[in-house]
Design a protein around this ligand. Structure first.
Ligand SMILES: [Zn+2]
Length: 253
């Protein structure tokens, strides 16, 4: 069984690379994430990962009017930022104890990644001009630290989807609401960190605010935030916050 699942993971990572969804490093990282989850949580774990992966891929390719479609290939850092922590939790279940708590933390980490992805994609498409929580005003769509009612609704739905299927597949239907809340909290934490801690860069050539190290062929410079705390690190932190929320609530209840 595990061998078949690993072959499936190799195939999916390879196809994603061939279809230019992932870079070489991204494909390797996806393989490691998928393999770790397959070995620990078998096909049930992989289905949860696939729900996130397929959903966010389709979502990212839906037509959008308000911004240019990003057809960038996902790098190792981006893949890890979404599934790396979940894979580490899955492996820790294998190495230490596969109990209810670790499973909840695993699912919640993916719920947070999905919540954040859906919020961003839904908000960018249908959310209108979002509100920036630090600057207290409306800002450009898709900007870190910005929220909109539609984006928030999608954050809720994105966490809910993973919470429902994760709970049914790995927890006999228990703890759905707790996982939903934790995943949603992860996405909120992502926005707060994106607003207050994430580095923001300026392209001195065309005067555009960006998250990228280079823009229109020129190097950008950091103008605020914690140096090195980029979008990938914020997203990774989002997938750590959620299992911590699970842990705290679980220990208190
Ligand atoms: Zn530029």
């Amino acid at each position: 069984m595990v061998v078949l699942l690993l072959i499936a993971v190799v195939l999916i990572a390879y196809l994603a690379y061939r279809h230019q969804t992932l870079t070489v490093g991204g494909a390797w990282t996806a393989f490691l994430v998928g393999a770790g989850i397959a070995v620990s949580f078998s096909y049930e774990g992989l289905i949860i990962l696939a729900l996130f992966f397929i959903g966010s891929t389709i979502f990212g390719r839906l037509p959008a009017r308000t911004f240019e479609r990003e057809q960038e290939m996902r790098t190792a850092g981006q893949v890890f930022a979404n599934g790396g922590v979940a894979a580490l939790l899955a492996i820790s279940a294998l190495l230490f104890a596969d109990d209810e708590l670790v499973r909840m933390m695993f699912i919640s980490s993916l719920a947070a990644a999905n919540s954040d992805t859906w919020a961003t994609e839904g908000g960018k498409r249908w959310g209108g001009r979002p509100y920036h929580i630090r600057m207290n005003n409306r800002t450009a769509t898709g900007r870190s630290g910005a929220i909109s009612p539609i984006g928030t609704l999608f954050a809720f739905l994105g966490s809910g989807l993973i919470a429902i299927f994760g709970s049914l597949l790995l927890l006999n239907g228990d703890w759905m609401v707790l996982i939903l809340i934790a995943g949603f909290a992860g996405a909120i934490a992502d926005t707060v960190m994106g607003a207050y801690l994430q580095e923001e860069r300026l392209c001195g050539y065309c005067n555009t605010l960006t998250e990228e190290k280079s823009h229109c062929g020129h190097n950008t410079r950091i103008i605020r935030g914690v140096p090195g705390f980029d979008n990938n690190k914020v997203n990774t932190a989002c997938t750590i916050v959620s299992p911590i929320v699970v842990l705290i609530i679980f220990l208190l209840v």
